[in-house]
Design a protein around this ligand. Structure first.
Ligand code: PRT
Ligand code: ZN
Length: 212
């Protein structure tokens, strides 16, 4: 394979900025009919559009050589891949939130409580680090409504502006992880892919510098 294969989010919060980064790096995507894959004329790169959750696995398996995902997804999935560069977009934090009227006076509050989240691995790490024993309820979405319907005493979810928490009567009390989009790579790239990654990285760093 003469090209480097990159996996980016198919649609969602990272899509626009990922495509914009490629464009700013002078990489023009050919708008093919195929929505799973795109080629480019002016850089030996093939772009795969995937769900963000699947990207670390595809990079571990070398289906894609590199990928763009949030650090939150990368650390939750624990796949064999390496972070090569922070990209400066998709910034958010994974936070603990509780009902606004709760008397929260530190992490000990969480002892024996039920915590709803879509990030069980990161939450368990956070609890272990703080020597807290609590019950984790893994749910697949709409985490912010869990306390209101009696499913949990606290939640751990992504926050950016905080308005979702506010609208659901919750307050942010701890940060579990600060996150942004990162470029990840397969751990055993071939010489050609390695060379193309370096070329791409050189351009990314120039773009980042120009944006600051
Ligand atoms: O379909 P696919 O699985 O690919 O997408 P997804 O629905 O899992 O992810 P998506 O598109 O919602 O988010 C992709 C990535 O964007 C996340 O993994 C984060 O790395 C990053 N990101 C940045 C965010 C946010 N900011 C964010 N605010 N992801 C989610 N949110 C949520 C937040 O949890 C809240 O529910 O957006 C809502 C609004 O946030 P507030 O705080 O501004 O109200
Ligand atoms: Zn996802």
């Amino acid at each position: 394979m003469d090209k480097i294969k990159i996996a980016i989010q198919k649609s969602g919060r990272l899509y626009d900025d990922s495509v914009k980064l490629l464009k700013d790096c002078g990489i023009d995507l050919k708008n093919g009919v195929n929505k799973l894959k795109a080629e480019c004329d002016n850089f030996p790169m093939e772009i795969y559009f995937l769900r963000d959750d699947d990207i670390p696995q595809y990079v571990e398996d070398a289906v894609a050589d590199i990928g763009i995902v949030g650090e939150n997804v990368f650390y939750e999935k624990k796949k064999k891949a390496e972070i090569v560069e922070q990209l400066g977009f998709g910034k958010c934090r994974l936070s603990v939130a509780v009902g606004r009227s709760e008397q929260y006076d530190g992490v000990d509050f969480l002892h024996g409580k039920k915590i709803a989240t879509t990030y069980p691995v990161l939450v368990q790490q956070f609890l272990d680090k703080n020597s807290i024993k609590a019950e984790i309820h893994e749910i697949s979405g709409s985490v912010e409504i869990a306390p209101g319907i009696g499913l949990a005493d606290a939640i751990v979810d992504l926050v950016s502006s905080g308005s979702t928490l506010f609208m659901n009567g919750l307050k942010e009390v701890e940060t579990v992880l600060k996150s942004q989009a990162v470029l990840i790579r397969n751990e055993q790239l071939g010489a050609r892919q390695q060379q193309l990654l370096e070329k791409f990285l050189f351009r990314i760093r120039a773009v980042k510098k120009a944006r600051n």
